[in-house]
Design a protein around this ligand. Structure first.
Ligand SMILES: [Zn+2]
Length: 128
């Protein structure tokens, strides 16, 4: 399994966000992806360069979870969202705003937080 190596790369990516040095991977055709990636899934280009993530993104979709799986029960209610940061879509939790007030188009910054239930690190969006 290459799973652990991939998890390690994802951890390193979370570290980069925590130190305000977040990046994404861009192929030579301008397709953006989050690590871990070795090949562009869209055009199969293997020449992926690190590019700085924009400081803010826009919420593209969101869902409020009021009845989570037992794994995350202490986190509820929480909002999961997909936000567009330049060419990349990032999935994370929205914090620092009432779940009812989250709207598509909201401008958010990128942060790293912890799941209340598990303490596991997770991508967090905060209103800017
Ligand atoms: Zn590509």
């Amino acid at each position: 399994m290459t799973e652990s190596a991939q998890d390690g790369e994802y951890d390193a990516w979370l570290d980069s966000i925590e130190s305000d040095d977040g990046y994404y991977l861009e192929c030579s055709n301008g397709h953006g992806w989050l690590p871990p990636r070795r090949v562009c899934p869209r055009c199969h280009d293997q020449d992926l360069a690190r590019v700085d993530l924009p400081e803010s993104g826009e919420i593209a979709s969101h869902t409020t979870i009021t009845v989570p799986t037992p794994q995350f029960e202490d986190d509820a209610p929480y909002v999961t969202a997909i936000a567009d940061f330049g060419p990349v879509s990032v999935t994370g939790l929205v914090r620092g705003v009432d779940p009812d007030d989250v709207a598509i188009g909201d401008v958010v910054g990128l942060d790293v937080g912890e799941r209340v239930t598990t303490g596991e690190r997770v991508v967090v969006f905060r209103p800017r």
